[in-house]
Design a protein around this ligand. Sequence first.
Ligand SMILES: [Zn+2]
Length: 83
Amino acid sequence: MSEFEDENIDEMKCSHCGKYISADIMRCPECGNYTDGLGKFGDGVNSDGREPMPRIFKIAGWLLLLSLVLPILLALYQWANQH
Ligand SMILES: [Zn+2]
């Protein structure tokens, strides 16, 4: 299940700095990053096997941003044409 040493289950490898830290803490004392598996030493997958940030959420975020910015740009365009 885990690629880490099974005889030392109370420790886990920090996905950001690679140091072995206590598995029951959420934040690495070495580098201060959260142990979310997102660092350069992580595989991008949480311990429960799910992706921490599915790609669809990022796309939805961009679409949301676009839907907020687009009316402003259109209003500016119309305002610019009136003057
Ligand atoms: Zn760390």
